[in-house]
Design a protein around this ligand. Structure first.
Ligand code: BES
Ligand code: MN
Ligand code: ZN
Length: 512
């Protein structure tokens, strides 16, 4: 979609639909909402006084303006209590505006970025509100349509056209739009959303399309488009690198593994790298420790971590951020054949440690072990952040509203917490205390790949930590947040591209 920051009044510009957020309040309307209400003969005031439109997040009111100039349609969208406004509220309202446009087959949308009256409004600055609105609009106007046959709009009920043009406005009664770097904010928000949209494309593609080879190909496209250095390793090179753990998982499948490395150098050579590592398991059957059939189709999302890393790299490329960052994605299927890992097998790893494979379904930590040791050895990064749909236990612990955060560096974890809050992709810490380590002790190898049922996300984190040496490292378990079964205001049910925005915000913060 095309996004543009406009400094003119949205009442004076011809548009298809103008969406105006209205907070939940008993007080009189102010600013542009009041002006619009007056122009529309007081309809909003009457709807408010009758209690039909209370400004709750689920409220909306679509009206048709009569003026020749200005918007053809006006939508008032409830935005909840003003003192609860945060950046994600803005993304959500912007997303609802896009859905309303879609429902009316309108492809151009003007959006008034909510500002509040300055009282009780959260810490985010105006520019960040514009960025969040841009994100919400560009995320909501994405859909995955590449695998459905094109329908004749005259004959069949095809899906509505997507919104292609978005204009962002500020209420000049609260803030002079000329004083805000709106263009920069829109550019940043758009780039973040484009990164997340790529992540969702990759997630939504089924296992037979988004294979490890496909992810490698997409990574090469990114390298070409944004000038990244790239290495896409295949089986022979993995052998040479000694990535026995990744190879052992991929041996159960006919699809070749890929090990993806994208390198962006936006800062001086003396500035240390930061590294993003994402699990790119393109389909997880569980292997010999086979998963139940019910719901197994959602294991196409087991590459969500890798998708988010590629998405965040796209954002980095679009904005050419002044940082050095490497994105690493180990990619494989976890299938069953005569060569597949078996429970009880002892395998080697790139780092030299041996692992007893208790359960072949704990494959993510195996491919990540090799990826983490490769990353710390080749790049000596100042910080490594990995993200992975790693454990069902994470879903039990935190449900669908926060990723689990574990790591070896409290400052890094604080940075990620802050990036999570800002981006609306939140994460919450679990303790990586020493006593949990005991659960991974093996009688025949250096480590077991499973630490039993208690604290499954923590023992998985402990396993990974064995492969980062003394490097500052944090891990995000995104099993509960990467995808979901119901629509969200700016996401359709399916892959959510989580945590692309969190990673992008973290990199943005580190580059400023
Ligand atoms: N990909 C799964 C984790 C997962 C579960 C992601 C549910 C999304 C939703 C991972 O490879 C896995 O199977 N983990 C096992 C580990 C266990 C065998 C120790 C799990 O969590 O059941
Ligand atoms: Mn698994
Ligand atoms: Zn898995």
């Amino acid at each position: 979609m095309e996004l543009e920051f406009r400094t003119t009044s949205p009442l004076k510009e011809a548009s298809e639909l103008l969406a105006v957020p209205v907070f939940q309040s008993r007080e009189d309307l102010v600013g542009l909402a009041a002006e619009l209400d007056q122009a529309l003969g007081g309809i909003l005031s009457r709807a408010r006084s009758r209690g039909d439109f209370r400004g709750r997040e689920e409220d909306s009111l679509l009206l048709y303006a009569s003026e020749e100039e200005g918007p053809a349609r006006v939508a008032f969208l409830g935005a909840g209590p003003q003192d609860e406004m945060d950046a994600d509220l803005i993304r959500r309202v912007a997303g609802r505006a896009v859905r309303l446009a879609e429902a009316n087959s309108v492809t151009q949308l003007s959006f008034l970025v909510p500002q509040g009256n300055g009282e009780g409004v959260n810490v985010h600055d105006v520019a960040y509100r514009v960025q969040a609105a841009a994100e919400g609009m560009a995320l909501a106007s994405w859909d995955f349509r590449e695998l459905v046959s094109e329908k004749d709009p005259e004959e069949e009920d095809g899906p509505p056209p997507l919104v292609t043009e978005g204009w962002l406005h500020l209420d000049s009664s609260a803030q002079d739009p000329e004083e805000v770097d709106g263009d920069g904010a829109v550019r940043t928000g758009h780039a973040v959303a484009e990164g997340q949209n790529l992540a969702r494309d990759l997630q939504w593609r089924p296992g037979n399309v988004a294979t490890p080879t496909h992810l490698g190909w997409v990574a090469e496209q990114l390298a070409d488009a944004y000038g990244f250095g790239s290495r896409i390793l295949g089986p022979g090179e993995l052998e040479e690198e000694g990535m026995e753990a990744l190879l052992s998982v991929s041996r159960g499948s006919d699809e070749e593994p890929r090990f993806i490395v994208l390198e962006h150098r936006g800062a001086g050579d003396d500035v240390p790298m930061v590294a993003l590592v994402g699990k790119g398991l393109t389909f997880d059957t569980g292997g010999v420790s086979l998963k139940p059939a019910k719901g197994m189709e959602s294991m196409k999302y087991d590459m969500s971590g890798g998708a988010a890393v590629l998405g965040a790299m796209k954002t980095v490329g679009l904005l050419q951020l002044p940082i050095n960052v490497v994105g690493v994605v180990p990619s494989s299927e976890n299938m069953v054949n005569g060569s597949a890992n078996k429970p009880g097998d002892v395998i080697g790893t790139r780092a030299g440690k041996t692992v007893e494979v208790i359960n072949t379904d704990a494959e993510g930590r195996l491919i990540l072990a090799d990826a983490l040791s490769y990353t710390v050895d080749h790049f000596s990064p100042a910080a490594v952040v990995d993200c992975a749909t790693l454990t069902g236990a994470c879903v039990v612990a935190l449900g669908h509203h926060a990723a689990a955060l574990l790591g070896t560096d409290d400052d890094l974890m604080d940075e990620l917490r802050a990036a999570g809050d800002r981006s609306g992709e939140r994460c919450w810490p679990l303790p990586l205390w020493k006593p949990y380590r005991k659960q991974l002790e093996s009688t025949v190898a250096d480590l077991k790949n499973v630490g039993g049922r208690p604290a499954g996300s923590i023992t998985a984190g402990w396993f990974l930590s064995e492969f980062v040496g003394s490097t500052s490292w944090a891990h995000l378990d995104i099993a509960g947040t990467a995808y979901g079964e119901s629509d969200r205001p700016y996401h359709r049910k399916g892959g959510f591209g989580f945590p692309t925005r969190l990673l992008a915000e973290w990199l943005l913060a580190r580059s400023s």
